[in-house]
Design a protein around this ligand. Structure first.
Ligand code: S3P
Length: 181
């Protein structure tokens, strides 16, 4: 963190780890603005994510994400919740990192299954064996998520408990980043 500007707080992590709920509450508590990359993509394209995947495929969706990240990394004083696969492109991780503190929200596969089942808006989990898919994707993505500055396991925490942990981390990062002169 040393020497890097903490302009924003960026939440990365797998589907169902609480990025949107935590991000909203965190922004509220810190008096920052909030954006969610999935919602922005839906607003800008006028399509639901599931429709984009079905009509144009995953790579097209990833292009929209990459293009959006190039723009949002210039923002200041935002909590940014990202889509779970945004870290698959190194360019996105670099841009998000340059824009602020990178927090990885994590959870166990069972908790992720529990939080995501009952919803059908995530095309990548609409498979016959969602738990197997979650385990496989978590394994594949761990190396990307672990590039974050901090990891918070949300499995057994409430939204407010996660938020308070991030606020502590954020305050610590601000102290370290402060110019001592
Ligand atoms: C995806 C996660 C989703 C959404 C899309 C793809 C992924 O976002 O971007 O369905 O690849 O992990 P959430 O993590 O907000 O569910």
């Amino acid at each position: 963190m040393m020497g890097r500007e903490v302009k924003n707080i960026v939440l990365i992590g797998f589907m169902g780890t609480g990025k949107t709920s935590v991000g909203l509450r965190l922004a509220q508590k810190l008096g920052m603005q909030f954006i969610d990359t999935d919602s922005m993509i839906e607003d800008e394209s006028g399509m639901k994510i599931s429709e984009i995947f079905a009509k144009n495929g995953e790579e097209y969706f990833r292009d929209l994400e990459t293009n959006l990240v190039r723009r949002i990394c210039k923002l200041c004083n935002f909590v940014i919740a990202t889509g779970g696969g945004i870290v698959k492109r190194a360019e996105n991780v670099d841009n998000l990192r340059s824009s602020g503190l990178l927090i990885w929200l994590d959870a166990s596969p069972e908790v992720i299954l529990c939080r995501t089942s009952g919803f059908n808006h995530r095309p990548l989990l609409q498979v016959p064996d969602p738990l197997g898919q979650i385990c496989k994707m978590l394994k594949e993505r761990e190396e990307f998520y672990s590039q974050a500055d901090h990891r918070v396991d949300t499995s057994n925490l409430t939204v407010d408990e996660v938020v308070d942990k991030i606020i502590d981390i954020f305050k610590g990062a601000m102290k370290i980043g402060r110019d001592p002169r």
